[in-house]
Ligand binder design. Structure first.
Ligand SMILES: NC(=O)c1ccc[n+]([C@@H]2O[C@H](COP(=O)([O-])OP(=O)(O)OC[C@H]3O[C@@H](n4cnc5c(N)ncnc54)[C@H](O)[C@@H]3O)[C@@H](O)[C@H]2O)c1
Length: 406
């Protein structure tokens, strides 16, 4: 029986805990710490996690540590601000840790985390599933086989809807550190992995361009006088976007999302509230040690068929393109007119199947001590967070920023 502890047991941590059984291992959550235990219990029930009848619940990580529950591994899923602090406190327990991304939201935290774990015997797996999903692994095998030759330029992109980020706690800059850390961190990790090099410096830009407004920070559609005219409001949602069965249903859905157990609702706040400090467009260009350039662009404005997530890798002899949303990969030769296309089945779990690899590594680590492929130290799990912190610094200072861990 695998005994799991969870610190910060919201939607993501409960999802990961529920995955511990996917390889037919018997498991139970035996200890949970959360500043909002009602939310934690609701999420565990929602995700149908196996929770021990004698599971112990704590109000914070300090109580968890003081009680020294016997666990084989601990999942950390607090708000991003507390990932570093929580992991550094748990390090002394010596059991495998699984930490959500981003592992830190500023350089000071990242240094504390890195210094705490660099010589530690406590393994710490970073949640970076894009690196391990089937499409990325297929691309890795092709690039390693020389299919396109050495990579000179990689261009990654993600264009995706932003309502979740601009209407829930993700909009609080101090809880996430902005969208490079919240979102690009995944893609930048696989871009570096496939380019096969590490970044030395970055220049970047970020801005909030679409979700501009002066509505109160805690307002929902229900209280808004502009329900009928707002481009993101309930009338537009029903009439233009074809969502919901009526405006009344749209008003409810746009104002409060209930959990399936009907107990805890998450307020959907106005996406045009003033004082939202996260960005809706962002770009960064990395100079790699190999001499290659890696670019990533993202926006949280696109919808429907305009959404895309993928990358192009230009090598000496060919270009490889990954399209995550369509599960395809294409290698086009620069030497002749041939193009090879692959359809890659991602499997069932999220992040294009990457989560089944992440959880596989966590289970192996708990059983054998073998470190995960995305371990903070041995798997370079620290690098994409460092790169995103430096990208944000570059964007906010309008200067190139060197990327180094000291
Ligand atoms: N890997 C992914 O693709 C992915 C997807 C979603 C979220 N996340 C990450 O997971 C983390 C949690 O996101 P979520 O969507 O589950 O949010 P959530 O709000 O559902 O859960 C966060 C939980 O942590 C608790 N919490 C916050 N600070 C705490 C602290 N200091 N000590 C103990 N408990 C604390 C909250 O009460 C809440 O129950 C974030 O860091 C987010 O970036 C990762």
């Amino acid at each position: 029986m695998i005994r799991i502890g969870v610190v910060g047991c919201g939607l993501q941590a409960a999802t990961i805990a529920s995955y511990v059984g996917v390889y037919n291992d018997e498991y139970e959550v035996v200890a949970v710490a959360d500043v909002n235990l009602e939310n934690a219990k609701s999420r565990l029930a929602e995700k149908k996690v196996c929770v021990s009848e004698s599971c112990r619940f704590f109000n914070n990580v300090d109580e968890f540590i003081a009680a020294a529950p016997e666990v084989d591994g601990i999942i950390i899923g607090t708000f991003c601000t507390y990932h570093t602090e929580t992991a550094c406190k748990l390090e002394k327990l010596g059991v495998p840790l699984y930490i959500e991304k981003p592992v830190a939201i500023n350089l000071e935290q990242l240094m504390q985390l890195y210094n705490t774990f660099k010589n530690s015997r406590t393994p710490i797996e970073v949640s970076l599933p894009m690196r391990m999903c089937a499409l990325t692994q297929k691309a890795k095998a092709l690039i390693d086989s020389g299919a396109i030759g050495p990579v000179h330029q990689a261009v990654g992109y993600e264009d995706t809807p932003g309502e979740i980020y601009f209407s829930t706690w993700f909009r609080d800059f101090e809880k996430t550190g902005g969208m490079f850390l919240q979102k690009a961190v995944h893609d930048i990790d696989y871009l570096f992995y496939l380019t096969g090099s590490i970044p030395t410096e970055v220049c970047a830009m970020r801005a909030k361009t679409y979700y501009q407004g002066d509505k109160p920070y805690d307002m929902t559609c229900r209280e808004c006088p502009d329900q009928a005219t707002c481009p993101e409001g309930p009338v537009a949602q029903f009439r233009e976007m074809g969502r919901y069965n009526s405006v009344a249903e749209a008003v409810n859905a746009c104002s409060l999302r209930m959990n399936p157990d009907g107990k805890v609702g998450t307020k959907r706040l106005c996406v045009f509230s003033k004082d939202i400090a996260i960005e809706d467009i962002g770009e960064c260009i990395f100079r790699m040690e190999s001499g290659a350039h890696v670019t990533h662009t993202q926006n949280f404005i696109a919808r429907g068929h305009a959404c895309r997530r993928g990358a192009r890798f230009c090598g000496s002899n060919g270009t490889l393109e990954i399209d995550f949303n369509n599960g395809t990969l294409a290698v086009s030769s620069h030497r002749n007119s041939s193009q090879e296309k692959y359809q890659v089945d991602p499997g069932k779990l999220s992040h294009y199947g990457g989560d089944k690899e992440l959880i596989y590594d966590f289970i192996q680590c708990m059983k054998t001590g073998k470190r995960a492929r995305t371990d903070l130290i041995t798997g370079n799990g620290v690098m994409s967070t460092l790169a995103c912190i430096c990208a944000r610094e570059s964007a906010d200072s309008a200067k190139f920023v060197k990327i180094k861990l000291d």
